[in-house]
Design a protein around this ligand. Structure first.
Ligand SMILES: CC(C)(COP(=O)(O)OP(=O)(O)OC[C@H]1O[C@@H](n2cnc3c(N)ncnc32)[C@H](O)[C@@H]1OP(=O)(O)O)[C@@H](O)C(=O)NCCC(=O)NCCS
Length: 396
């Protein structure tokens, strides 16, 4: 069994192992769309007896972390055929991928885990949360009227490709956990209306909120119409909605909650600090369910700390069994130091506080960090504090 980089003509074979678990055989069209956003130099495959039995790939992200935008490995298309599992193939793929990311100078890697049990052993930590909700429109009233001063416009696919990306780009640049999307990403992924994703709902609908020709907010959604005893049980299924300002965000959610004839609005992958909690007159009705979203790996701990521009006087001693080049004591500026450590923790747990989703105090209450000098936890939390929860609105 050999783990190696895929050849350009092997993209289809590299996708096949993970597709197996979705119950599908990828087509040339699937491979073509992946090739628009994924370079074959970033696809590792495991080959045995001439057959590709496993794969792991990496998107090349410009990824927002608190205070900076850094190059990041966006881990994707990870799978090993069921005929070859539990023989260490994933471990070899992760080894090759993380070594490659380190050599390329990508300080962090991120992913959505199919199962939470898989990636901790490779130094990934749960680093962002997201929430899902279903709001009955009868409980969709806001506490205050929304004043966005704009107008809504439904968009064709081509119009959406022009109108939506600038809004997303503004939000992504200031939201830890988001990454820049290329034109190809919008075409092949975010605005790609695949039949397979409709799940009984209608075509993708795109709407923008604009003022003076400038996009302020957008939503991408589908309508799923249904009836019970003659009355609508129809659903607005939100794929993505965001705005560049509080008024614009409120405006787009007001729009979604005001689609007539629908019974409810369903949304997932929402930020856990969503303004809806304060916009709605009935926040309890959100019945917000929270789960893990992004998992993060500090590929180069020093570079990752330096990028966050942390200010403060704390020495972190980091253990990293899978990437031993990281094992050292660090100042918050990211420099390796010989000074005594204030806090000791594993690299996967440092990843959990890195984007701001969790605190060192939370780690300590779970027994995951040792405070060697009193007050160090509080100083570290003050340095890492962010004013918003990390948010990744898209599974990749
Ligand atoms: C997850 C998957 C890639 C693992 O591949 P694999 O080649 O069997 O993994 P390895 O043999 O390298 O396993 C390494 C370790 O992880 C553990 N492990 C692997 N998959 C696991 C899982 N799904 N749940 C719990 N533990 C798992 C193994 O038990 C092994 O532990 P050990 O080192 O203590 O013995 C494979 O099971 C798969 O393709 N699953 C379905 C698709 C999927 O979930 N892909 C991930 C998308 S994010």
């Amino acid at each position: 069994m050999e783990v190696r980089l895929a050849k350009p003509e092997e993209v289809l074979s590299g996708i096949t192992p993970v597709s197996h678990y979705f119950g599908s055989v990828p087509t040339e069209e699937t491979a073509r769309r992946f090739s628009q956003v994924l370079r074959s130099e970033r696809m590792h495959v495991a080959e045995e007896d001439g057959q590709i039995v496993g794969g792991a790939s990496a998107f090349e992200f410009q990824f927002t972390v608190p205070g900076a935008i850094v190059p990041a490995t966006g881990v994707t298309i990870v799978g090993v055929l069921p005929t070859h599992t539990r023989r260490g193939i994933l471990t070899q793929l992760m080894r090759a991928q993380l070594d490659d990311a380190y050599e390329r100078g990508e300080p962090v890697a991120c992913l959505w885990a199919s199962e939470e049990t898989i990636y901790g052993r490779y130094g990934y930590g749960m680093a962002a949360l997201c929430g899902e909700t279903e709001i009955k429109r009868v409980y969709g009233s806001f506490r205050r009227p929304v004043e966005h001063g704009g107008a809504f416009r439904l968009l064709s696919h081509e119009e959406a490709l022009e109108a939506i990306p600038p809004v997303y780009a503004r939000v992504a640049a200031e939201t830890p956990g988001m990454f820049a999307r290329s034109r190809e990403w919008w075409e092949a992924r975010a605005l790609h209306d695949s039949e397979a994703r409709r799940d009984g709902a209608g075509e993708m609908v795109r709407v923008v909120l604009e003022r003076d020709g400038q996009g302020l907010a957008y939503a991408i959604y589908r309508l799923k119409m249904d009836f019970e005893a003659g009355s609508s049980t129809g659903e607005v299924r939100v794929i993505e909605a965001m705005g560049v300002s509080p008024a614009a965000t409120a405006g787009i959610w007001r729009y979604l909650l005001d689609v007539d004839w629908m019974d409810r609005v369903q949304a997932d992958l929402l930020p856990v600090d969503h303004p809806l909690f304060f916009l709605l007159e009935h926040p309890r009705r959100l019945r917000f369910r929270i789960g893990d979203s992004l998992w993060l790996r500090l590929v180069d701990v020093g570079a990752a700390l330096a990028a966050r521009s942390l200010v403060g006087d704390v020495v972190l001693e980091v253990a990293d069994a899978f990437c031993p080049w990281n094992e050292a004591r660090y100042s918050l500026a990211g420099a390796k130091t010989m000074e005594d450590a204030d806090l000791q923790l594993d690299v996967s747990d440092l990843a959990s506080v890195y984007l701001g989703a969790f605190t060192f105090a939370q780690l300590q209450r779970a027994g995951l960090v040792d405070e060697l000098n009193e007050g160090a936890l509080a100083r570290a939390d003050a340095a890492f504090r962010t004013d918003r929860a990390p948010w990744c609105p898209e599974i990749f």
